[in-house]
Design a protein around this ligand. Structure first.
Ligand code: ZN
Length: 170
């Protein structure tokens, strides 16, 4: 049974490896994607997860519209799997954002994030795509790609505080 690994797990602090595109549809990678989905679905306020968070040092993340308020258009996010993601464009403008991480329970913090990004990667079927995002989704893309580079938000947060589990985490 896959589960979230502790904050000191090496997978959370190293640069994750790319997945060979031909391997994306293999049972091995599909199983990792399935495991990530089931772990994320078990996190009541989880909105996204990266493979290193379950101890797998591969460049895969998922976004999942879990408990996000669906009436709030600003915070609506699509379900998606992204393999070998690359942020290919960012806005000059950054915004201060509040952020929480599934790998760091009971903490919340403030970071600066680009307001818009363009992401390129492969979906779970091995199809390459590019997608622009702004606001909440852009924020999530940056948090997740950081995970794949071994970076946790607390390493660049300018303020952190204790917060309960009712906050969204990624
Ligand atoms: Zn996180």
């Amino acid at each position: 049974m896959a589960k979230l690994v502790a904050q000191n797990h090496p997978a959370l602090h190293q640069i994750a490896e790319e997945v060979a595109v031909d391997d994306i549809t293999t049972p091995k990678i599909q199983k990792i994607i399935k495991d990530m989905t089931s772990v994320l679905k078990n996190c009541p306020r989880g909105v996204a997860i990266a493979a290193p968070q379950i101890g797998v040092p591969l460049r895969i993340f998922e976004v999942y519209e879990n408990t996000t308020d669906k009436t709030d258009q600003e915070r609506r996010i699509p379900d998606m799997v992204v393999i070998n993601p690359r942020i290919v464009k960012v806005s000059k403008k950054k915004e201060e954002k509040e952020e929480g991480c599934l790998s760091i329970p009971k903490l919340y913090g403030k970071t600066f994030r680009h307001t818009k990004v363009t992401l390129r990667g492969y979906d779970e079927n091995g199809i390459e795509f590019e997608r622009g995002a702004s606001g909440y989704l852009a924020h999530i893309f940056q948090h997740e790609t950081d995970h794949l580079d071994g970076v946790l938000y607390v390493e660049h947060a300018h303020e952190t505080w204790e917060a309960d589990e009712n906050y969204e985490r990624a």
